[in-house]
Write a protein that binds this ligand. Structure first.
Ligand code: COA
Length: 143
């Protein structure tokens, strides 16, 4: 297995294919161009290839100083458990450390906590969890 990592954006169609190996698009319903626009705005990306096949990916969104969020860590199902995800994650974290980013967080999918914990992350405290917006109607503010 001859895997190499690249810091350039992947081809949008190749990335869309890789993204579809997760079930995330059931929720997001992104088309190829929307997804590419999103990753284009990343602070840093890592793509993993075997020959010219995109087999792994991870990216960071970041303000460059305080906060970084690692997300879209994906390894193609046929390439999992060979250390590719770990290599990508280490590169992403190193990039943050080189820039002295104070707060490095990760979106952790169900069942992936051990993977991140092996690589230096810990769950946020119960009393300070990550929160996601749940669609509600805001009441009109009284003036
Ligand atoms: C999470 C994900 C990116 C990890 O990628 P990966 O390439 O399989 O990761 P690694 O191979 O580096 O490590 C995975 C496991 O394989 C083990 N492993 C690594 N090399 C191995 C090898 N040569 N032989 C056997 N096991 C190995 C690691 O110890 C690790 O063990 P763990 O599951 O107990 O943590 C991948 O599972 C994935 O794409 N999942 C679907 C998308 C997803 O949920 N992404 C996470 C978003 S938060």
């Amino acid at each position: 297995m001859n895997i190499y990592l690249d810091t350039k954006l992947p081809d949008k169609n190749k990335f869309f294919e890789l993204f579809l190996t997760t079930d995330w698009n059931k929720k997001y319903k992104l088309d190829v161009d929307e997804l590419f626009l999103a990753i284009k705005k990343s602070w840093h990306v890592i793509s993993a290839y075997e020959n010219d096949q995109l087999v792994g990916f991870g990216r960071i969104i970041c303000d460059g100083v305080v906060h970084a969020l690692i997300l879209d860590m994906i390894v193609h199902p046929l390439y999992k458990r060979r250390g590719i995800g770990t290599k990508i994650l280490i590169c992403l974290v190193k990039r943050c450390l080189e820039h002295n980013i104070r707060d490095i967080q990760v979106f952790c999918a169900k069942g992936k906590a051990d993977f991140y914990m092996k690589n230096g992350f810990q769950p946020r405290p119960k009393e300070a969890p990550g929160m996601e917006f749940k669609k509600i109607r805001y009441k009109r503010r009284e003036k």
